[in-house]
Structure formats: structure tokens, C-alpha cells
Design a protein around this ligand. Structure first.
Ligand SMILES: [Zn+2]
Length: 397
């Protein structure tokens, strides 16, 4: 199997947790040298083989050439290393041409099919992975909201689009909450988000000026204050649910958009001249697919299913999920609320380039990995980022 089930690339790794990219110049040199040793070994084995070269021999050489292209000689530092590189490169090219000549008709067009199939496998794997990420997300927590439950999210297997359209409806329904929360002023926001009593009572909620609550207790009727506090707490409950819906929305939409992007890339690859080539590979060059994927029964006929099974393997049965509403702590709510109003301000102020970005904030707070954990490092980071941005823009805690 030459396809990495973790990062989804064939004969290489990109942003792969399994094989990290070289960071230092020394690591780059080592990487190239390891590749050279390996290619040298491959060339030697082919040379010593008693069997005549076949299509697999040619594909092995093509794969080695691809390897060399990815590990350029410019990563090497001294002349001796570069010379060794050039020798291997030349030996490899000569051997590949020899094998091509020896294969004649049976090898013709193989290098084209080889490169095409390699990319096709990566793209098909990307679609399968994106579809699994989309269908396997456990969004059922949305249906458990007390005030604005998203009923369709209760059932497994409901499409993301269906869930998102119900979220949108709830967001429309709760849109006026934004203005009501703003009426209470930004000094009250932390209290509102954490179910505490308001720290001050804005004009709108009392007769007379903008006074501290303590003063109101002393002078005004206690009932007016009590009513305002009750209203404040209910508004907090409603607004937290609105924030939760606002948080879930991009988490779901991102998954839907990953699926369409992957499908679009596949369409591009297999349209035009690609259509005929892909047809040819599936009909008469299944050995190319098997070269990358290993022996899989009926691979050409059930290519999509086979790829879907491969995509499922590293995921197992564990699913990403939305963090339960009740699991979010006071700090999480505080940070999401502040982030929301910072973005709100930025939009009203004509948009600022260094404004807080909503999606990474909510992903760090509301998304659970398959082990059921939030990414604590990311969560701490967005907490810090949002708070410092708030201090900078609003000038108070
Ligand atoms: Zn990988």
C-alpha cells in the first residue's frame, strides 16, 4: 500500500502526523540521502533480477523518479553529495528508458496512466474522507438545547444541509437577541454570558440615569430591579443558545464545503482528456491501481467502495462530535460572547483585517475529537487571543 491512510497522499506525506516534514537543513539532507540509498537498492535489485522487466518494474522506476523529484538536489550542501545524487538520477533515468524499450507496446502510455492514477487515488480518497467527516459528525447535541433545539439533528444519518437549514431558521428566529444584549452594554456582557447578575443597569432598564445597581437598590423599588435581573438572566440563557447555534453552523458548513471541494477537484481531474484515460485505467490497466493500493479484489469494478473502506480504516468507529452545551464553562461562554461582538463591531465599522475570526474560535471551544476531548492547547490560545483583542478594542475587562 503506497497510499498513506493518515494524510491521503501516495508515495509522500503532507501535513502528516505519522511522518513529519524535515525542519532543519540537516534533516533535509538526511531525507534526500535516505531516498538515494533506497533508490540505489531498487536499481540494484532490478539489475540482479533474473526475470525480464515487466510493467511493475517500470512502475517501480517511475515511483523512484517521483521520489527524486520531491527531494531535490538543492537540499544537499556539498559537492560530493550532489555528485552522488546526479549519478543515481542518471542511472535511474537510463534504466527506466531501457525498461520502456524492453516492454515496447505493453509499456506504452504507462507513465501517463501512472501519474494520472496516482492523483486519482489521492482525490478519491479525499472525497471519501470528506464524506465520512460530514456524515459521521455527531451533531445530536443540537437537538438537546432547551430553548431552541434543532430537532433534525437528533437522528443519525441526517444530511448536514438539512441540519444547517434548521440552524439557519433558529438563527433568524433569535436575531433580535443581538440588539437586546447590546442594549445592556458591554460591561454587562461577561455577567450575561455567565448567568450572573448585571453589574450596572443601563438607562433603558431604569428611570433616571446610568447608575450602578447598588444605588438602584437603595433608591428605586426593589421589584423593578428584580424584574430587570430576571429579564437579564433569561436573555443570557437565550443568547448562550444562540451562540451555540452560531458556533455549530461553521463547524457543519466546513464539512459540507470540504465534500464539494473534493468532488470538484475529482471532476476536474476526470473530465476532458482525463475521462478517457480514467476509463482506460479502470478497464485495462488495473495493475496501476493495484501498484498503489495493493491487491484488492475487483478493485476496478468497486473502486469507490474500496477507497471508502480505506478511508474508514484510520477513523475506526469513533466520531467527531459537538461538545455538549452544558459542558462549556463560564470562560468558554465569555470568550465566545466577546468574540461575537468583536466581529459584530468589525462588520459595523466596515470590517477590520485583524478582527477575530469566528470559525477557529468556535472549533477550539465546541468541537470534540474522536476521543471526546477538546484541543486544550487551541482552546487556551483562542481564549487568550480573544481577551487581548477585546482589551485592545474595548479597553476594559
Ligand atoms: Zn502520511
Amino acid at each position: 500500500m503506497r497510499l498513506c491512510l493518515t494524510c491521503g497522499y501516495v508515495d509522500e506525506h503532507r501535513d502528516c502526523p505519522v511522518v513529519s516534514a524535515p525542519r532543519t537543513p540537516e534533516e533535509k539532507v538526511q531525507r534526500v540521502q535516505r531516498a538515494l540509498v533506497e533508490i540505489d537498492r531498487t536499481l540494484f535489485a532490478i539489475k540482479m533480477s533474473k526475470d525480464p522487466p515487466d510493467r511493475t518494474t517500470l512502475m517501480t522506476l517511475l515511483a523512484a523518479e517521483g521520489q527524486l523529484q520531491r527531494f531535490p538536489s538543492k537540499d544537499l550542501t556539498d559537492f560530493g553529495q550532489k555528485r552522488a545524487y546526479n549519478l543515481v538520477e542518471t542511472a535511474l533515468r537510463d534504466r527506466r528508458r531501457e525498461v520502456e524499450d524492453a516492454l515496447g507496446e505493453s509499456g506504452s502510455g504507462l507513465s501517463e496512466s501512472f501519474a494520472f492514477a496516482r492523483r486519482a487515488i489521492e482525490l478519491a480518497f479525499r472525497i471519501a474522507g470528506a464524506r465520512l467527516d460530514a456524515t459521521e459528525l455527531d451533531a445530536s447535541q443540537l437537538s438537546r438545547l432547551a430553548l431552541y433545539p434543532v430537532g433534525v439533528a437528533r437522528n443519525r444519518g441526517v444530511g448536514i444541509a438539512t441540519i444547517c437549514s434548521e440552524i439557519e431558521a433558529k438563527l433568524d428566529e433569535t436575531r433580535d437577541l443581538d440588539a437586546r444584549v447590546r442594549d445592556w452594554g458591554s460591561r454587562n456582557l461577561p455577567a450575561l454570558l455567565t448567568s450572573k447578575e448585571p453589574v450596572e443597569l443601563p438607562e433603558k432598564h431604569q428611570s433616571g440615569g446610568f447608575r450602578m445597581l447598588g444605588a438602584i437598590v437603595g433608591r428605586g423599588p426593589a421589584s423593578r430591579r428584580a424584574a430587570a435581573v430576571t429579564q437579564f438572566k433569561l436573555l443570557g440563557d437565550q443568547f448562550r443558545e444562540r451562540l451555540y447555534l452560531l458556533a455549530a453552523n461553521p463547524i457543519l458548513l466546513r464539512r459540507a464545503s470540504n465534500v464539494s471541494q473534493a468532488e470538484e477537484a475529482w471532476r476536474k481531474h476526470t473530465s476532458g482528456a482525463g475521462a478517457a484515460l480514467w476509463e482506460r485505467i479502470r478497464k485495462s490497466e488495473t495493475d496501476v491501481l493495484a501498484f498503489f493500493l495493493g491487491p484488492i479484489a475487483d478493485l476496478a469494478a468497486r473502486f469507490d467502495d474500496a477507497i471508502a473502506e480505506l478511508a474508514r480504516k484510520p477513523r475506526g468507529t469513533a466520531r467527531h462530535a459537538l461538545r455538549p452545551f452544558e459542558a462549556l464553562d463560564a470562560e468558554d461562554w465569555d470568550v465566545m460572547g466577546r468574540a461575537y461582538f468583536l466581529i459584530y463591531d468589525a462588520i459595523e465599522g466596515g470590517g477590520s483585517s485583524d478582527a477575530v475570526v469566528w470559525e477557529p474560535v468556535v472549533r477550539a471551544i465546541v468541537e470534540l475529537d474522536p476521543a471526546g476531548h477538546v484541543d486544550e492547547i487551541a482552546r487556551r490560545k483562542v481564549h487568550g487571543d480573544v481577551r487581548s483583542r477585546w482589551l485592545k478594542n474595548r479597553g476594559h475587562q
